[in-house]
Structure formats: structure tokens, C-alpha cells
Ligand binder design. Structure first.
Ligand code: COA
Ligand code: ZN
Length: 307
């Protein structure tokens, strides 16, 4: 079974780093991810540089992206102005973010929940008219750092709204990494009954060490796309308590060992993790990093591939 990995390190990962990388450094991280076989990346965001200085210059970055014909690059946008910047920069996949609680929208983009929903719908509809795929993130879908637990029915309602508007994908995001597998099961059941599983992807953070367990539940429910971040790079500057995204190497290893086809060899990710550490100055690596870095991992990989 093919499972798509969407690498979000260059956006979700880098936006929360203390150190702001140059456009050249961000590009070099993306180049090494592409070299390692990643075909879907969130390359950056078109947001106010005052709000997120780490993402300044994303338009310059888009002009330099490698292998545009075979790699799918998305840009995150918070409003119509961001959509226009993204399209002008040549993005043909745009991500909108609808946080499903009032306070999270206020803190993140200074808009109310109904305003954000209207803006997201307007961007999705405009994208449809203009041939731009718009993917909708439903953020803080399980728990909000300001308002607490979120009812699955609320998320299901917004999923239906963005699907009807024409979203090409709906990404259920555990922005602060608070979900457990039982909550994932309940939420996905509610959402799938409204929109089906084909349109869904999941975005987990590993704050409490439950991201891989959550992914297996989502797989069981028919989800075939997951976000992850190289080496677990990440966090969210607007959500207190959010730590790194689930690490790409962990998700790839989990899926490959279960017999799914990600098209990525986890061993190819090791040099990328090392490069990302050098660029950011932070220590990286998911749960499997140490094992993957040992010679025995290489031997196990070769045995699986028949030498
Ligand atoms: N890209 C770049 N600049 C933008 C922009 C965008 N998408 N949207 C607005 N701006 C600029 C405006 O032009 C204005 O610039 P100026 O001060 O030079 O005149 C400034 O940002 C403020 O605009 P305003 O409409 O008053 O917005 P705001 O101050 O209420 O901020 C956002 C709202 C959405 C622009 C800002 O909060 C933001 O970019 N947030 C992104 C947060 C984020 O990335 N979160 C993580 C992912 S969800
Ligand atoms: Zn995230």
C-alpha cells in the first residue's frame, strides 16, 4: 500500500527555531530532503515577516526550488494576501490553516474563528477557479492550548465545510501533540463519517511520545498520508507546549517495516538529519535515529532489499 509522506521541516520545523536561517540555508535543507527521496514538501509560508521572521523570503526560496516537475511543494498562507504572494511566487499547492477554536485563531492570525473559516473558504474557492490545489489544515483538532479538549463533532463540521468548498486535502492536525490513540480513533470516526478517508491526512507532534501509536490508528482507519519533520525538527511559536513534529525517519521506518510503500529509504535520511543539525544548531533525531545510525541498521536494510 502506498503511503505519502509530506515533509514539513522546512516550514513547521524552521518557523519555531531560535535561529533564523538564510534563504540559502533553507534551500540547502530542501535540496538534501529531495535528494533523500522526499517528493512532497511544505517549503515555507507566506506570512507577515513581523509575525514569523524565520519565514521571510519564502518568495525568493520558491524561485530556487529544485526538481519542480517531480516534487510537489506547498506554501502555507494565513490570508488572501498570502495566497496572492504564493501564487505570484509560483506555488501550485497552497495550505490554509483553520484552527478549530476561537482563541487559537486570535493568537495565531489575529482573526476570529468565523472570520478564519470565511477566509479559508474564499481561498479554497479562488484556488479552484485558478487551478491551485488548496489543502486545509484543521489545527488544534484534538486539544487547544488555550481552550482545552475539542469535540470531534466540531472538527467534523469544519471538515465538511472545507470539503464542500473544494479543498484538495484535509489535514487533521494535533498541533500540540496532545492526542492519544483512543482520541484519534474517535475523532477520525466522526470526521470520516462526514468526508470519507480518501481526502484525509494527519499531522502529529510527538510531544508526549504518542505520535507513532496515533499514526497506526489513523492507518487502520484508512488514512494514507502523514506529515512529518526531518529529525523531529519543530514546534509552534503560537502554541505553548508544542514540541517537535513526529520525525520523518520514525514514520518512514514504521511504515516501511509494516510493508507500506513510502518510496523512501530511512538510511538516506541520516545525512539530512546531520545537515539539519548543522544548519539549526539544535540536536535532532527521532526515536529510531540512534539505531538507524548504527551499522546493524544498514545490514538489516540490505537483507530486506535482498543484498
Ligand atoms: N504575508 C506577508 N505580509 C502580510 C501578510 C502575508 N500573508 N498578510 C499581512 N501582511 C502584512 C501587512 O501588509 C502589514 O504590513 P505593514 O505592517 O508593513 O503594513 C502587516 O502584515 C500587518 O497586517 P495586518 O493585516 O494588520 O495583519 P495582523 O498584524 O493582524 O497580522 C497576520 C495577521 C495573519 C498577517 C499575521 O498574524 C501572520 O502572518 N501570522 C502567521 C502566523 C503563522 O505563520 N502561524 C503558523 C502557521 S499557522
Ligand atoms: Zn505542526
Amino acid at each position: 500500500m502506498k503511503v505519502r509522506i509530506n515533509e514539513v521541516g522546512p516550514r513547521d520545523g524552521l518557523q519555531s527555531q531560535g535561529k533564523t536561517l538564510t534563504v540559502e540555508s533553507r534551500l540547502s535543507l530542501i535540496q538534501s530532503l529531495v535528494k533523500a527521496g522526499l517528493k512532497n514538501l511544505e517549503a515555507g509560508s507566506f506570512v507577515s515577516p513581523k509575525a514569523v521572521p524565520q519565514m521571510a523570503g519564502t518568495d525568493e526560496l520558491f524561485a530556487l526550488l529544485p526538481e519542480r516537475s517531480t516534487v510537489r511543494y506547498a506554501g502555507l498562507v494565513p490570508n488572501m494576501k498570502g495566497y496572492e504572494f504564493a501564487v505570484a511566487a509560483g506555488a501550485n499547492v497552497v495550505n490554509v490553516v483553520l484552527s478549530v477554536t476561537e482563541t487559537m485563531n486570535q493568537k495565531n492570525i489575529r482573526m476570529s474563528l468565523p472570520q478564519t473559516a470565511d477566509v479559508c473558504v474564499a481561498i479554497i474557492e479562488r484556488g479552484r477557479r485558478e487551478g491551485i490545489a488548496v489543502q486545509a489544515y484543521l489545527a488544534v483538532a484534538f486539544e487547544c492550548p488555550f481552550e482545552g479538549l475539542v469535540e470531534p463533532a466540531v472538527v467534523a463540521r469544519y471538515a465538511k465545510l472545507v470539503k464542500q468548498a473544494g479543498a484538495s486535502k484535509i489535514i487533521i492536525a494535533d498541533t500540540i501533540g496532545a492526542a492519544n490513540p483512543e482520541q484519534v480513533r474517535r475523532l477520525l470516526d466522526a470526521v470520516i463519517s462526514e468526508v470519507g478517508s480518501d481526502i484525509l491526512s494527519c499531522h502529529f507532534h510527538d510531544t508526549r511520545g504518542m505520535a507513532l501509536a496515533n499514526i497506526t490508528v489513523a492507518l487502520d482507519r484508512g488514512v494514507r498520508e502523514f506529515d512529518s519533520s526531518i529529525g523531529g525538527l519543530g514546534g509552534c511559536p503560537f502554541s505553548p507546549g508544542a514540541t517537535g513534529n513526529v520525525a520523518t525517519e520514525d514514520v518512514v521506518l514504521l511504515l516501511n517495516s509494516m510493508g507500506h510503500d513510502t518510496g523512501i529509504d530511512p538510511l538516506d535520511l541520516i545525512p539530512v538529519i546531520n545537515a539539519a543539525e548543522q544548519l539549526t544548531g539544535v540536536s535532532l533525531g527521532g526515536k529510531s535515529f540512534r539505531w538507524l545510525s548504527q551499522p546493524s541498521a544498514k545490514v538489516a536494510g540490505e537483507a530486506r532489499h535482498g543484498g
